[in-house]
Design a protein around this ligand. Structure first.
Ligand SMILES: Nc1ncnc2c1ncn2[C@@H]1O[C@H](COP(=O)(O)OP(=O)(O)OP(=O)(O)O)[C@@H](O)[C@H]1O
Ligand SMILES: [Mg+2]
Length: 314
């Protein structure tokens, strides 16, 4: 059956206000100056949606923002990348979330006002909306208290509507790792933790034990930075080295770009190994430019970077 969207992304949306070249650390009662400032679309889910759309998939976003200027910036930035925004809920009683990023060389201090993203609930997501797409991706479990307890139900609903599914839980800022994975993962086709997140979630000492601890699941893809990724299916693991980039600009969004590359191939019906390889490639391409979305303009240009920087051939 022909669907309107290839992928529906359910997740958090916010803006990032990034301050660079700051003349010292913040101090109560004093004022510091930052020589550079950028206001941009933030959020892991938005980077995923933007880059997947740039690669050529039809992507719709379902999330919650305020009816304010930051909300307009979010909508406009997604539309510019070709992401369908008609399912985004703008609530005039809520603020669009924002993160203030204070950049000090390699390190950053961040303060987030979560705002509307905390108020997305399962009631906002209907079977009718999900059934517009062939695949559901959900990200950033710990940042969305309004929907957390119902994520298992969300994925089960998607499966009943015939969608394939993927899930990137991301880091838990509270570091409590309170997630009932036994309830969620059976309805998740592709689970995308990074290595540290997987170990924290399961409380095991290494990746192999952590993978076993998750029990019988579908496919788990573990992201490992410059070491590439491991795909785990039916009790077997397949490692693929990274397309190593020795001149990383920054790694912001590398994980989301990996997910985008993987899912781009997955929804086109490619075998899992090809999905994993293209995920690694898109993670590496992400590191060749500043921020999470700059390197992703369209499929042709991504492949051009891939050829020139990493010797990639299709
Ligand atoms: N220096 C690098 N060179 C080449 N590829 C890289 C590099 N860093 C990351 N990647 C690729 O990007 C993928 C995802 O990166 P990473 O493991 O950092 O994900 P993550 O921890 O989920 O990131 P995020 O902070 O965006 O959530 C890796 O599996 C790898 O394929
Ligand atoms: Mg990640």
């Amino acid at each position: 059956m022909n669907k309107k969207y290839d992928v529906i992304v359910v997740g958090e949306l916010n803006v990032d206000l990034i301050l660079n070249k700051i003349d010292g650390f913040p101090e109560i009662g004093k004022e510091k100056l930052a020589a550079e400032m950028t206001l941009t679309l933030g959020s892991s889910s938005a980077i995923f949606a933007s880059n997947l759309s740039a690669l050529g998939a039809e992507v719709a976003f379902l999330g919650k923002i305020g009816k304010d200027q930051f909300g307009e910036l979010v909508m406009e930035s997604l539309r510019r990348k070709g992401v369908h925004t008609e399912l985004i809920i703008q609530d005039e009683k809520l603020n669009t979330g924002a993160t203030i990023v204070l950049n000090y060389d390699e390190d950053r201090a961040m303060i987030t006002h979560a705002g509307a993203m905390e108020h997305l609930t399962l009631h906002d997501i209907t079977a009718g909306k999900l059934s517009l797409a062939r695949h559901l991706h959900f990200s950033s479990y710990f940042l969305q208290p309004g929907i957390r307890k119902d994520v298992g139900a969300l994925f089960a609903l998607a499966k009943r509507q015939g969608l394939t599914t993927s899930f990137d839980m991301q880091w838990d800022p509270a570091e409590k790792w309170d997630m009932d994975y036994g309830n969620i993962l059976p309805s998740v086709d592709i689970f995308f933790p990074n290595k540290q997140e997987l170990i924290e979630l399961t409380g095991r000492v290494n990746m192999k034990e952590a993978l076993h601890a998750l029990g019988k699941t579908n496919t788990i893809v573990v992201k490992m930075g410059s070491e590439g990724s491991v795909l785990w299916k039916d009790g077997q693991d397949f490692s693929l080295p990274a397309f190593l980039n020795n001149e990383v600009v920054d790694a912001i969004g590398a994980g989301d770009s990996f997910n985008a590359g993987f899912i781009f191939k997955y929804v086109s019906g490619a075998p899992l190994e090809e999905c994993q390889r293209f995920g690694n490639l898109c993670g590496a391409v992400n590191t060749t430019a500043a921020g999470g979305t700059t390197a992703f303009t369209n499929y042709r240009d991504v492949l051009k970077i891939a050829r020139e920087r990493f010797g990639y051939e299709e």
